[in-house]
Design a protein around this ligand. Structure first.
Ligand code: SF4
Length: 175
């Protein structure tokens, strides 16, 4: 069961705007990042996360999924990367990225688009879980069942480590 400090980090996250979550994550990372990276329970998870996010990115590139997203993004109202999706970013997910050397940029954007969508796609190596699990119909159609299963499997490996890391971060940041 979550303790009071863990609950407080959770509720703090829920009440903050996107820029506030970003600022809070940077300040926590600056204060605790080096210590967290050295923790025996966290360090191996970071190594695994670097490997699995890289494998997933390579798989997506091999399947040319970026091209599909770019084609949609060029159409009016076309991108899946909306503010609604971007609102699923949270403090632990932001810090997870920072701990593996991925410093996301928040872009100036219209009110409907996710500010973490850069010119080369999503800024994150560790995406919000909602984004990680989401595949639109164009992607599903492009991949077909067996490659969609491969993609789901690669995403699932990232997700497992991501959740274990968040659990550890919560323990350390709440103690
Ligand atoms: S995948 Fe990345 S850019 Fe797209 S909505 Fe999610 S966080 Fe934003």
């Amino acid at each position: 069961m979550a303790n009071k400090k863990q609950q407080s980090l959770f509720w703090e996250n829920e009440s903050l705007s996107l820029p506030q979550k970003y600022a809070r994550a940077i300040s926590l990372f600056q204060e605790y990042g080096p210590v967290l990276q050295q923790q025996a329970t966290i360090s191996p998870l970071l190594t695994s996360l670097i490997q699995e996010t890289s494998d997933l990115a390579q798989y997506m590139e091999k399947q040319q999924l970026g091209l599909i997203c770019t084609m949609c993004a060029g159409k009016p109202g076309g991108s899946c990367c909306s503010m609604f999706m971007g609102n699923n970013t949270d403090i632990l997910q932001l810090i997870s990225n920072m701990l593996i050397g991925c410093m996301p940029t928040m872009h100036e954007t219209d009110a409907d688009s996710c500010p973490y969508l850069g010119p080369c796609g999503c800024e994150f190596k560790v995406k919000p879980i909602f984004c990680l699990n989401y595949n639109c119909l164009h992607i599903a159609h492009h991949l077909g069942n067996s490659r969609l299963e491969e993609l789901t499997c690669a995403s699932g490996k990232v997700l497992q480590i991501q959740l274990r890391l968040e659990e550890e971060l919560l323990k350390h940041l709440s103690s």
